[in-house]
Design a protein around this ligand. Sequence first.
Ligand code: SF4
Length: 309
Amino acid sequence: MTERGPVRAVDGVNFVLKKSESLGIVGESACGKSTLGSALMRSMQAPGKVVGGSVMLSGQDVAKLSDREFTEKVRWKKIAMVFQGAMNALDPVYTVSSQLKEVLREHGYRGDYGSKVAESLKQVGLDPSVGARYPHELSGGMKQRVVIAMALLLEPELLIADEPTTALDVLVQAQIISLLKKLHEEKNLTVILITHDLALVSQIAQKIGIMYAGQLVEFGSAEEVYRDPKHPYTQALISAVPRLHSTEKNIRFIPGSPPSLLDPPKGCRFYARCPHAMDVCKSDPPEFPTNTGYVRCFLYDPTLKKTAD
Ligand code: SF4
């Protein structure tokens, strides 16, 4: 709910992610990516709330759990999240170690706090001595590693990382992404990476979901989405990525802006910006299967193709 009325920031999003897979959720600012992550983690800030849908985790719909059950059984233990800007939220007056131990205490961890904290710091490539330092004594990359260590303390099955490389320089960005990749591969961690950066996602994601105006407009294997992008928005997003050896002098961009979600179009939400828009697109865009997922675009409606032939 906003001052101007209710907004469905995420609407009609569905995807399947198997254990140990990695998914990149990509889209421009304010498309609902972070809200999707917060909804999965049940960390929406009031007055935001989840009004429907299901989240199946190991055969259980965790969206149906009470808040208490979710906190006891799922939050941090099965699903953990590195929130956007979390490294700047580290408490400046406590050492890294005491902040990590606080998480263990809050969640009733029964083992030895000191060795768990040391193990967690090592896991993210930090020397355990970093635990004795205060956040202001660490670089941005080290702080981001600390928040990842914090998220992994209770050994979750799924880690959601929301823009984990924002505000870091490119070298540190690459280090953080390779750390996530290593954790994903070596620890069989299921990872959802939320970002606006398609190039970044290509380094880690096995599956990609493209979000636009609160909806997932295309979902599939990373290979299919990169090699054969179907939705006109995905195509525009990929062609907007600057290439090192391109002879093009101008950077391509997508004209226009996303619709207001206070009163979204009934049909395809990309209609006003789409070079292929047809009358039929004004009705609800359906979901058509692709080789590895789906696309929400009438260009892939087999019945329309038949008519055109
Ligand atoms: Fe364009 Fe229509 Fe496809 Fe929407 S449904 S992306 S308007 S062709």
